[in-house]
Write a protein that binds this ligand. Structure first.
Ligand code: IVH
Length: 673
């Protein structure tokens, strides 16, 4: 190709990139999928790489945009908007049901009924009604806090503005999905990549008049806060919704037993293509509200519901390269760069190869022709390769023995719990020694469930890193904004917005902070346990001065794996420095103690042996609901040992020796009245 032609191709791409960017960042309308956008970007970057005469001030290597979500005020959800865990097979469903039955301590043949609701792939919204009037509408946001998009939601015909039915609760948040029907999407194809993008884009318009132009639909399926709701199960609730004037999914069904769930799933999957709305699975909710309440939630998903995802779409493509990505915990993940291919409406150019063992087991090589599978929002993966089509001189892929980023030795650890060697190879560096690990740690630090800094996405982390603006988490709070303002793609306003979002997050709960640190094996749930245990940041930090971490083992839910991970985190100097520096710039709120007005306030419990009609997990949540605490071993800290059938003799003896009060199930229940 001639130089002139190359320049012209390059400039066309830049023009397109500019257009997409403008729509996304200024008009709030994503006109293409993220994948397409990223692809265009990498095409431009690789052209620049190849031909060093190509230059543009609009190059993605220089520009950084960010979502102006300041348009909408943030409002807390009175009851968090949870997400759902996924099931992909009958086995997953059986396990889901088994866990419920165990928790409820029922017999294994106990029959459970579920509300089976096809899962519409749209944008969820929460509508607050007071005395029948629609007061406010919020987006999901991070589940805890959403954006006030009331005016836009009010333009949707399916959303009742006033409800006069006598049995409509005095106050209730009605939740459901905003979406676009496929038949309506046809006319919007030019502007958006898929119906979901179209719904999200139009819902986040600055101007409700713009939202009004798009035929958005709303289907209701659950509630958040309520006062005066008089139903005991989900199927009655769905019936009520229709009576109150909401649309509900016509394919909702009440079903008992896994076999019947599977039958319904297969039927709906066959119908899927002919439906006028996109569904990506079926949501199963335990029908009985009383059982739902007993089961409660883990982290941010309910124990009583699950999303059964539809099987994926597959396609055949060529593996162009195998790259090694390094995660925040140092894990080396091989990723296949494949010839871009459309799988179920999404352009796929990367597929995960999971880990070293997977590559070896399947003998996957660069140049192979592979079957790639994509299921819903899960990262596409390589299903199989065609060895017949392999060229004679193809070579086995050798996994790097040193970290491609920092050169440290890579290791496979021995897992003490499973007594097996890990399938994952890791960079053995610690703290912030490895650049790639550090970048990933920073991405985790600003992510939705961690600090959730508005507009501070992964791309910005990478960019600021490149310009050496950030290396450690604390640097985010000490940015020199005048330098950022000088970067291409940034202006006064966007810098102001960024400053504002960062300042807003300077007050943080201990729980979120611990999670944000990205300590291996410390997810949301464990961070919560640790925060409750330590209460204040200084107590948490003081742990590093202790020689003995045994104490942590008494926290119900924290095991050896977690303790040794915390220990290695706190024995790293760079990590301690991060803690000290963060303490200077943040206001870290003490953990909110369980309300201390409960019947079991200040009391600790441990169960040994089998109880009757109630599982360990439920006892634990009962104790916590009543301001008590459960611990995992007999020690001086224990107040009550609850004994069931066949208790562990050692525990009982030790408790007697320590003069701890020993009670049975009846006595325990009496304490709760
Ligand atoms: S219930 C605890 N019901 O799925 C219950 N969600 O991953 C969570 N969704 O953000 C919500 N159809 O956008 C529920 N019938 C349905 C649903 C549904 C679609 C979406 C919703 C939510 C996501 C959960």
């Amino acid at each position: 190709m001639k130089k002139k032609e190359i320049i012209s191709i390059y400039q066309d791409k830049i023009k397109l990139f500019n257009k997409y960017n403008k729509f996304y960042f200024e008009e709030n309308l994503p006109v293409v999928s993220d994948q397409e956008f990223d692809e265009l970007k990498s095409e431009i970057l690789s052209l620049e790489d190849k031909y060093n005469f190509l230059k543009s001030k609009f190059s993605p290597s220089l520009t950084v945009g960010f979502k102006p979500s300041k348009n909408f005020t943030k409002v807390s959800h009175r009851v968090p908007m949870l997400s759902l865990s996924n099931a992909f097979s009958e086995e997953d469903l059986s396990n889901f049901e088994k866990k419920i039955i165990n928790f409820l301590s029922e017999k294994s043949n106990f029959k459970l009924s579920y509300s089976a609701e096809p899962k519409i792939d749209g944008i969820s919204a929460s509508l607050t009604y007071k005395n029948g009037n629609l007061l406010r509408g919020l987006s999901r946001g991070d589940g805890k806090e959403g954006e006030d998009i009331t005016e836009n939601l009010k333009t949707i015909k399916d959303i009742p503005k006033k409800i006069t039915n006598k049995d409509f609760p005095k106050e209730i948040d009605i939740r459901g999905e905003v979406f676009i029907q496929n038949s309506d999407f046809k006319n919007l194809k030019e502007k958006f990549a898929n119906p979901r993008n179209a719904a999200s884009g139009s819902l986040r318009q600055k101007n409700p008049e713009e939202t009004k132009k798009i035929p958005l639909k709303f289907i209701a399926y659950t509630f958040g806060y309520e006062n005066g709701l008089k139903v005991n199960n989900q199927s009655d609730f769905l019936n009520n919704l229709s009576e109150w004037g909401f649309k509900t999914n016509p394919l909702n069904k009440l079903i008992t037993g896994i076999k019947n769930l599977m039958e319904n799933y297969n039927k709906i999957e066959k119908k899927r293509a002919s439906l006028d709305f996109d569904i990506d699975g079926i949501v199963y909710k335990l029908n009985d509200f009383a059982m739902q309440r007993r089961l409660g939630n883990v982290a941010n998903a309910p124990r009583w519901a699950i999303a059964h995802k539809f099987s994926s779409s597959k396609a055949v493509s060529k593996i162009l390269d195998i790259e090694i990505q390094i995660g925040r915990t140092g894990a080396l993940t091989p990723v296949a760069k494949i010839q871009p291919i459309n799988i179920g409406g999404v352009i796929v150019s990367n597929a995960t190869l999971h880990n070293e063992d997977e590559i070896n087991r399947k003998d996957i090589r660069i140049g192979d022709i592979a079957v790639i599978e994509r299921a819903g929002d899960v990262i596409p993966h390589i299903l199989s390769i065609d060895k017949q089509k392999r060229s004679k001189n193809s070579k086995k892929f050798i996994f790097p023995k040193n970290c491609p980023s920092c050169g440290s030795e890579t290791i496979k650890e021995f897992n003490k719990v499973t007594k097996k060697i890990d399938a994952v190879r890791r960079c053995s560096s610690e703290g912030y020694y490895c650049d790639q690990v550090s970048i990933e740690k920073l991405k985790h630090f600003v992510s939705k469930e961690a600090f959730n800094i508005d507009g501070f996405g992964k791309k910005i982390v990478e960019n600021f890193w490149k310009f050496k603006f950030i290396k450690y988490p604390q640097d985010i709070f000490n940015l020199d904004f005048s330098k950022i303002e000088n970067l291409d793609g940034w202006g006064k306003l966007s810098v102001q917005n960024l400053k504002y979002s960062i300042n807003q997050k300077k007050t943080i709960s201990l729980e979120r902070l611990i999670y944000s640190l990205g300590i291996r094996h410390i997810g949301l749930e464990n961070a919560k346990l640790l925060s409750k245990h330590f209460v204040s940041f200084s107590e948490f930090k003081n742990l590093s001065k202790q020689i003995n971490y045994e104490d942590l083992l008494s926290i119900d839910g924290i095991g050896e794996t977690q303790v040794s991970s915390i220990k290695s985190f706190l024995s790293n100097e760079a990590n301690i420095k991060v803690l000290n520096e963060l303490e200077k710039v943040l206001l870290i709120k003490d953990a909110i103690q369980n309300s201390d007005d409960g019947l079991l306030n200040n009391k600790t419990f441990l169960v040994t042996g089998k109880l009757n009609g109630i599982s360990r997990a439920e006892v634990k949540s009962l104790i916590e609901e009543n301001s008590g605490k459960t611990i995992s071993s007999v020690s001086k800290k224990l107040n009550f040992l609850i004994i069931g059938e066949k208790p562990t003799k050692k525990k009982v003896d030790y408790a007697k020796q320590l003069k701890i009060k020993i009670i049975d199930q009846a006595e325990f229940l009496k304490m709760l009245n």
